[in-house]
Ligand binder design. Structure first.
Ligand code: NAD
Length: 450
């Protein structure tokens, strides 16, 4: 299969496409490696993970360049993601020696709990943050003593293959991490249905997440799902409007809007609308859209021609275009950052995940209406609230049905804090201390002492 470079439409690599037999072999390798990996002492497993983190750090620049070229994301962003990957492996390296159980008071003996690995886990990832999203699964899976098969997205498999190589070089035993590059409908579905795979960790669209949930239910396979979003950026009139408006562009146009946490519904309290739009427009038109390998670039192209067509269709629906940023002409899947205003929450563009640089501004009258609109969606992944009123900030943060929300900030993801969705945005949590629960089973042991 041809791997393309979205900024040039040129071919970056050609790879053989895995078929059913290849994924069967990968699962068999992971199964064979499980008893050995599980038996590695916690201290040794931690040491191997720290070596892996250091090896990734050593190759950070090469990995960032590969990711930037394959996804079309700005090199500065890609380098930041590689830094987060290193931090994540270090963070999870602390886990093998801290998978604590409990003792529970009972009559006649001692009761204790253990966290045990699941076995072979299947990891399926999308194309927007390839190595980061693979690492959010590989790191806790390794720490807990599982072996794994990782299937990266067809469009962006290159850094996953590099991770497999780096892991082997760092001393992670053969068969523990197996990467298979193939189609979701073929090798992905086989992983979900395979009797030797104990769990699927999936990041991708809600549509595919539902299919995975259905298929996995046949064998009560464990599943964690990180799915789509339609997050709200709620701006009250008493906010620091300057700061809210200056940070709003990258809150939705970061990664060219191909971000599950994109705050693509910007809710603005009516008295602040004109001032907000004035500063927002300046910031959007100043965004540097262009060559992903240029250090100054803030937004690159979309991932593919298909994606560009899909994104364009939302603008063609006809909501008023308030303004647009720039985009290069010529080769590459470019699309200018586009702001629609005013938009109601009942349009296709405000109900569906666009996954491209299109933001819809929805005016609101008061706090109650803001919360109602923010919650009027099937999704619940991320979001922001901008206000100087601390009590209101917390009240609204508690009222919005979402897995993660920021007050006076547009960040969503940290290595050390839980991340995941409410409603149709997902099931389970990644990152932070909660991630390991999803890569272990809880065993209860009772010993009679009478
Ligand atoms: P996608 O669902 O099309 O594909 C994701 C992965 O699933 C790919 O590896 C694909 O090959 C595989 N796949 C496809 N069909 C499959 C099937 N039937 N069985 C098994 N595997 C299958 O998603 P995408 O287009 O690559 O990524 C964009 C989506 O990912 C967006 O909806 C975005 O919101 C979501 N996403 C969510 C998060 C999060 O953490 N919640 C993060 C990033 C992206």
């Amino acid at each position: 299969m041809k791997i393309l470079e979205p900024a040039t439409e040129g071919t970056l690599a050609e790879l053989p496409e895995a078929e059913i037999e290849d994924v069967e072999r990968a699962i068999a390798r992971a199964k064979a490696a499980f008893p050995g990996w599980r038996a590695v002492t916690p201290g040794d497993r931690a040491a191997l993970m720290r070596r892996l983190a250091d090896a990734i750090a050593d190759q950070r620049d090469e990995l960032a360049t590969l990711e930037a070229r394959n996804v079309g994301k700005p090199i500065a962003d890609a380098r930041g993601e590689m830094g987060a990957v290193v931090d994540l492996f270090h963070y999870m390296a602390a886990a093998p020696e801290r998978l604590f159980g409990k003792t529970i008071p009972v009559a006649g003996g001692v009761d204790m709990t253990f966290r045990e690995p699941l076995g072979v886990v299947g990891l399926i990832t999308p194309w927007n943050y390839p190595l980061w999203l693979a690492s959010t699964k590989v790191a806790p899976a390794l720490a807990a003593g599982n072996t794994m098969v990782l299937k990266p997205a067809e469009l962006t498999p290159l850094t996953a293959l590099e991770l497999e190589r780096i892991a082997l070089d760092a001393g992670i035993p053969e068969g523990v991490l197996n990467v298979v590059v193939g189609k979701g409908r073929v090798v992905g579905e086989r992983m979900v249905q395979h009797p030797d795979v104990a769990k699927i960790a999936f990041t991708g669209s809600t549509e595919v997440g539902k299919r995975i949930g259905q298929l996995a239910s046949a064998s009560i396979k464990r599943v964690t799902l990180e799915l789509g979003g339609k997050s709200a950026n709620v701006i009250f009139a008493d906010a620091d409007l300057e700061q809210a408006a200056l940070s709003a562009p990258l809150a939705v146009f970061g990664n060219a809007g191909q971000d599950c946490c994109a705050r693509s519904r910007i809710l603005v309290e009516r008295p602040a609308l004109d001032r907000f739009m004035e500063v927002f427009e300046k910031a959007v038109t100043a965004l540097r859209v262009g060559d992903p390998l240029d250090e100054q670039t803030q937004m690159g192209p979309l991932i593919s021609a298909d994606q560009r067509q899909t994104v364009a269709s939302y603008v063609e629906d006809g909501a008023p275009v308030a303004f647009r940023g720039s985009a290069p002409q010529g080769r590459g899947y470019w699309f200018p950052p586009t702001v629609l205003c005013p938009v109601s929450n009942d349009e296709r563009v405000t109900r569906e995940e666009v996954f491209g640089p299109v933001a819809a501004v929805i005016p609101f009258e008061d706090e109650e209406e803001a919360v109602r609109i923010a919650n009027d969606t099937v999704y619940g992944l991320s979001g922001s609230i901008w206000t100087r009123d601390g009590a209101r900030a917390l009240r609204v943060a508690r009222a919005i049905q979402t897995g993660t929300i920021s007050i006076n900030s547009n960040t969503s993801v940290r290595v050390t804090t839980p991340f995941g969705g409410f409603k149709q945005s997902g099931l389970g949590r990644e990152l932070g201390p909660h991630a390991l629960e999803h890569y272990t089973e809880l065993k209860n042991v009772y010993m009679a002492t009478g």
